[in-house]
Design a protein around this ligand. Structure first.
Ligand SMILES: Cc1ncc(COP(=O)(O)O)c(C=O)c1O
Length: 410
C-alpha cells in the first residue's frame, strides 16, 4: 500500500533534523531513564499482593467490559477512589485510564466558552492537547514566572484587584473587565515539570490565584511518590487547589490516573469529560495494582516521616539520598544542569545531533540516559534527561556523571 506523500515528507524532515523517533526494547543498561522512581514497577511484593487480592476478592474478570458509565464500573473502582480521596485529603477522586486521558478530559470539558486558561509555557503535551479541544481562550505564561502570570491576571481582572493601580484602569481595561465579568479563570501548572524537573513556587501561585479569584489546577504526575502524597499536600495546599491530576504510571509503577477535587467536580467529569465517558474502563487487575502500590507508598511514607534513621531499604529514603548525591556530584564536576530537587535532572546540550551523540556514548559505557530532542523541547534547549531511582547506587551516579563531564568537555 502506498504511503501518502505528505506523511513521507514529514518523516523525511524529522530524519533531516536528526529527530526521527523509533521504538526500542528495554535495555540491560543502568536505568537513568524510566519513571519507575521508587522501583514499584518491579516490586515483587506489589505484584504478588495484587494477585492474592484479586483471588481473595473473586475478581476473576480480565476486562472491564465497557465504559464505566455502562457495564465497566465495579466495586473495586469505588473502593480505590475512596481510598485515594482519603489518602490525598480531598473529597473525590475520579480514576481515568491514563494521565493523558485525565488532562485531555479535564481541560476539554471544564473551562467553558468565554473562560480563560493561563498555562505555564512548559506544560505537558496532554495539558496542551486538552486546552486545544477547549472552547475557552488560552494564554501561556513564562515558565515558573509569577510576575508574568500576575500581569496576565491583572489584565483579565483589572478592577477587582488593582485598586489604586491607576495606569491599568484605562477605559479599554474597564471594557475588558465588563466583558470578562462572568468569565472564570483557570491557572494550570505542574508541581514537578517533566522535561526540566524543576518546580514552581506553589504557595505563591496559590496566593495569586486566590487574589484574582482564579481556579488553580496542579499536575502532580512526577511528584506523587517522590514527595510522598505530592507537593500540594506537602505544602498543605489541598484546600487551595481546585483540581490535582495524579498519575500512577510513574513512581507508583502501575497505570492510570485520577483527578482529585470536589464531589461536584467529579459529578461534572463523569457527565462531560469525553475521555472518561467514551472509553472502556481499566481491568480489575490495574485497579487492584493501584491499591497495592498505594499501600506500599503509605508504608514507606509513614516510616519516612516518622524517623530520619529509618530502615536503609526504604525506597523514598534511598531516592532522596540519591538525589542529594547527584546534586553534590554535579556541583563537584561543575556540570551545567537545570536546578532541581526532584528525581528529574537535565543537562542542556544544544543541537539534536550533539545531545544524541553524548547519549549514545553513555549507552556504550553502560548507562541508559535519554536525549530529549527538539521539537519535544524548544530548539537550542535539547538536553540529556537523567531520571533518578531508589535502586541506583551512588557509585553509578558518580560514574555516569564522570563520563558526562569527559564527553561534554571534549
Ligand atoms: C506532567 C505529566 N502529566 C501527564 C502525563 C501523562 O500521564 P500518563 O503517562 O499516565 O498518560 C505525563 C506523562 O508523561 C506527564 O509527564
Amino acid at each position: 500500500m502506498k504511503t501518502p506523500k505528505k506523511l513521507t515528507n514529514r518523516l523525511q524532515s524529522r530524519k533531516d533534523n536528526n529527530a526521527l523517533r523509533s521504538l526500542t526494547l528495554p535495555s540491560t543498561l543502568v536505568d537513568f531513564s524510566s519513571n519507575d522512581y521508587l522501583g514499584f514497577a518491579q516490586s515483587e511484593t506489589i505484584f504478588k499482593e495484587t494477585h492474592q487480592y484479586l483471588i481473595n476478592h473473586n475478581f476473576n474478570q480480565n476486562g472491564a467490559t465497557g465504559s464505566r458509565l455502562l457495564s465497566g464500573n465495579y466495586y473495586l473502582y469505588n473502593d480505590v477512589e475512596k481510598f485515594l480521596s482519603d489518602f490525598h485529603q480531598t473529597t473525590s477522586a475520579t480514576i481515568f485510564n491514563s494521565g493523558y486521558d485525565a488532562n485531555v478530559g479535564f481541560f476539554s470539558s471544564v473551562p467553558q466558552r468565554g473562560d480563560f486558561i493561563l498555562y505555564d509555557a512548559y506544560s505537558h503535551a496532554s495539558i496542551r492537547d486538552g486546552i486545544q479541544l477547549s472552547n475557552a481562550k488560552a494564554f501561556k505564561f513564562l515558565h515558573n514566572d509569577l510576575e508574568d502570570l500576575e500581569k496576565m491576571l491583572k489584565r483579565l481582572r483589572p478592577l477587582d484587584c488593582a485598586q489604586g493601580d491607576k495606569d491599568i484602569q484605562s477605559n479599554k481595561e474597564m471594557l475588558n473587565q465588563v466583558q470578562h465579568n462572568n468569565a472564570e479563570i483557570y491557572v494550570v501548572t505542574e508541581s514537578v515539570f517533566s522535561m526540566d524537573g524543576d518546580s514552581p513556587d506553589l504557595v505563591a501561585i496559590s496566593k495569586i490565584c486566590k487574589k484574582y479569584n482564579a481556579f488553580l489546577i496542579v499536575d502532580e504526575a512526577h511528584a506523587i511518590g517522590v514527595f510522598g502524597a505530592g507537593l500540594v499536600q506537602k505544602l498543605n495546599l489541598q484546600n487551595d487547589v481546585f483540581a490535582r491530576i495524579i498519575t500512577f504510571g510513574k513512581a507508583m509503577g502501575c497505570h492510570g490516573a485520577a483527578i482529585l477535587g470536589s464531589k461536584s467536580l467529579q459529578n461534572y467529569l463523569v457527565n462531560f469529560a469525553r475521555s472518561f465517558i467514551y472509553t472502556t474502563g481499566l481491568p480489575p487487575h490495574s485497579i487492584a495494582t493501584i491499591k497495592m502500590a498505594y499501600q506500599q507508598l503509605r508504608l514507606c511514607s509513614s516510616e519516612f516521616e516518622k524517623n530520619e534513621q529509618i530502615c536503609i531499604e526504604n525506597p523514598q529514603n534511598q531516592l532522596q539520598k540519591n538525589i542529594h548525591h547527584f546534586i553534590k556530584e554535579v556541583k563537584r564536576l561543575q556540570l551545567n544542569f537545570i536546578p532541581s530537587c526532584s528525581a528529574i535532572h537535565c543537562c542542556i546540550i544544544p543541537e539534536n545531533s550533539t545531545v544524541k551523540l553524548i547519549s549514545e556514548k553513555l549507552h556504550q559505557n553502560g548507562f541508559d540516559v535519554k536525549a530529549i530532542l527538539s521539537p519535544t523541547v524548544p530548539k537550542g534547549k535539547e538536553r540529556l534527561r537523567f531520571c533518578l531511582h531508589s535502586y541506583n547506587s551512588t557509585e553509578e551516579i558518580s560514574e555516569v556523571l564522570e563520563f558526562l563531564s569527559i564527553f561534554v568537555n571534549n
